[in-house]
Design a protein around this ligand. Sequence first.
Ligand code: GLC
Length: 792
Amino acid sequence: MQDTSFAIHPGTKKQSIGENFKDIGAFTSYTVEEDVVSFKTENGFVSVIFYNNHTVRVTMNQKQQPSLKTSFAIIGNREGIIPNINENENDVQIKTNDLNVIVTKKPFRISINDNDGRAIVEEGKNGMASNENGEVICFKKMDEYDHFYGFGEKTGFLNKRGEKMEMWNTDVYAPHNPETDALYQSIPFFITLREGLAHGIFFDNTWRTHFDLKSEKDTYSFKAEGGQLDYYVFRGPTIKEVLNQYTKLTGTMPIPPKWALGYHQSRYSYETEEEVRTLVNNFLEKKIPVDAIYLDIHYMNEYRVFTFDQDRFPTAKSLVEDLNKVGIKIVPIVDPGVKEDPEYPIYQEGVRENYFCKYLEGNIYFGDVWPGNSAFPDFTNSKVRNWWGQKHKFYTDLGIAGIWNDMNEPAIFNETKTMDIKVMHENDGDPKTHRELHNVYGLLMGEATYEGMKKQLNGKRTFLLTRAGYAGVQRYASVWTGDNRSFWEHLQLALPMCMNLGMSGVAFCGPDVGGFAHDTSGELLIRWTQFGTFTPYFRNHSAINTVRQEPWSFGEDVEVLTKKYIEQRYVWLPHLYTLFQEAHKTGVPVMRPLVLEYPTDVNTFNLSDQFMIGENVIVAPILTPTTKHRVVYLPEGRWINYWTDEILEGNTHHLVEAPIDILPIFIKEGSIIPHGTVKQSTATPEDELTYHIYLGKDKYASYRLYEDDGQTFGYENGETFEQEIVCEKEQGTISISVRESNGSYDPTWTKETFVIHACSEDVVVSINGEEVYAVDKKYDHATNKLTITTLR
Ligand code: GLC
């Protein structure tokens, strides 16, 4: 009855946060053992551990000494830092070089300062508390100038101040609107930006958790249904450093295979082999680039995972091989539900070996999903993860290198939408209920799949797409934002959602381009594809019974424009790939909110309809129908319209023209952007690299390009290529220096072109001191561009 007016029946009293919680009470004593400082209070126990100089962990247990076991999210180690401790009458201070934890005694409250004395987090009237239901809560002071980012996959605007959010992995087919809270991912991590400086908190609790940045003016809280209060504070002080510190603990994404960054085409479902072949021929004939085609649930024999339907896909192996030959990969869907069928080997094995989730009493849990009654692997057991991973040999033997994990919240077709929370997970000998481990089910399925595929592929990179996850999901998978709809509102929603996923460690993410459910339109498809060119993950996907959504589905005009932007993806790939490598190294996302680069600019704090690709490119998509212009905010500096080379002053808003063929893009003056060439897929080696140089008034611009073979883990052993381009201007001369790193990878391109924008014809240009160029020099009077091509 929740969707009738009964929901607001006068008798329905809402419980407010903080009710019935008992404060942890005053300090009673403390002890120190190696790097762990343990406190006892009137009503609980608290441990404080410095993981490293920038990160401190606080754990509270109301009944006993806190367990220092971490969740599956954490892979970073403690550095064994022994802090200095000073006890006074009123407080205990625990100090390292960078952080100072001040524990006041009466009441027991924790404040954390950095070594400049900046208060990072502070407790006030309320601190830590728990109640008889086993819920735990923590309150922190909220400054007037605090802005909040992260929290994983959430609807709404960029800045989460004033929001209440819940983490409970949920299959939400509909709706995705500002009221929709828990979605497929649970990432209880956020960044606070306060007067230009940032810090982060990761609340590592896998139970259902709640964050309240709304109920009180000067306090926010986070709480969990059970477990310990266990959180990490990251010092920052920049957003980039917070992300770096957070991903030190939870991991960064491996560099994806290059084909995973190309354009992907999906549909629920391409139902037969013939349909897939026709689809591929269409792409090839129309010369529309594509790197991957997805097989949704229809490819299976009655939705049994690790099978192909022999009637629909009689020669799956040759299909995969033929596609591989033309540079296109097949990505099949794999859901966790295993069909209950005593004649199905996977089911038999799972039952015999005790691999499925069970009730405490020993009976297997069954839930209804696509295959009907199904059992669910208990991914909390490492044995089960190995088994599941190993089963992927079925796919790799066919030549498949990428997998799509869906329904792994896990989603079940019932009232609660998921597994009975009373089900037990074996958890490698430390059994826990589903209530406690629900939020990590998808993460662990991801681990099983990723590691299994990696093993089978013998040194080749795999690609995994997942719907559900928990903090750390970036180690295994790219995340798409689930079942959106072909609404303009959902295009709008995708920007802040993906930016916040990026601010939650998940650099590789994107929505279904064109919208999944509902019928898209030609115009929406064009605008969404324009946006997709720059989302880290770029897949067009649509649901059964909706209009077709392939680039050519709306006639020639729409095809020409979607094709143009799919091609742009390949043009921008060298820059994107460099940014993916940066994300792999540092945790800083590819797609960035402006606030990440301009944290003191008030105009960026909640800027939700434009974003950056790296630090010098602003993308401002059109997000409403029949719209041919929009307002774009450009921060300090000067910016160049990518299409026209028009120079625009920063620190102000501009009304920019954007007819249907234009996605507004702006490049910061004083920067260099590399471009590749249009190709059918990433399987075609790059033969020419072009550096666009936008010096403008600036005298200096530089760029570091990253490249490797795009396929293997050779990059872990120095098989890389890095090129640093430095461009300097001095009275009528421009000198470009090209420095290559000593990595052992030799890139495929032989030609290198430098396009100097806004340049006069008589400028003398030298490349590494030479004024003679191996190939060509051209000046275009109409655009004031000087183009020099050399050989590498
Ligand atoms: C879920 C997925 C969707 C997929 C469908 C059928 O709704 O989110 O992407 O196409 O299941 O497998």
